[in-house]
Design a protein around this ligand. Sequence first.
Ligand code: GRF
Length: 213
Amino acid sequence: MHKNYLTSPSPHIYGSFNPPLNISVMASGNGSNFEAIIDAINHKKLQANISCLIVNNHSCYARTRAENHNINCVIHDHRDYSSREDLDDAIIRTFKTFGTEIVVMAGWMRIVSHKLIKEFPNRIINIHPSLLPSFKGKDAINQALDANVKITGCSAHIVTEQLDSGKLIIQSAVPILDIDNKESLSNKIKLQEHIILPNAISIIGESIRGSKN
Ligand code: GRF
């Protein structure tokens, strides 16, 4: 059982959604956050269907996770598009095909353009491994270690055109101990990400569906 550090708001309360929320996930790598969303759905905490996963790397493990769970996976490799906008046009077409209500960037390592943000206003969620607004951008865990802070954590927030700057949805604090290194801290933060990300989806679901669900 993992330790539950300080999380706000409480991650244990989920909304009820009928029909279930239609979410799509974007991932570039391992996909452990994607799997955490699947788990929250399978354990009947989060009432949602993942209609598709979009990946930009053919060999990423997130793709294998989608196959294991019979979830549609669409590859949009950024190297095949001449601009961010062209890539986002293709992504938007995919989301429209699947009737996506909420987009979850779960380790999507690309900056998205205004096109995607305009198409899903206040409906794109990102998970970031720091207590924003501290340590935006790449390598947030090393940034925290280098700054010698004693508490870091993770943030689920709305995606806007400014990197890692949109409205915060939920955060979780993780202490940094003297014995921590990048790997141990990263593992502790991941555990918290896996708790708050499904909860953030529910919070945004409630805000777009209204509280009567
Ligand atoms: C997470 O640490 C997340 O904060 C960052 O990318 C990482 C993705 O990890 N945006 P995973 O692929 O979900 O394991």
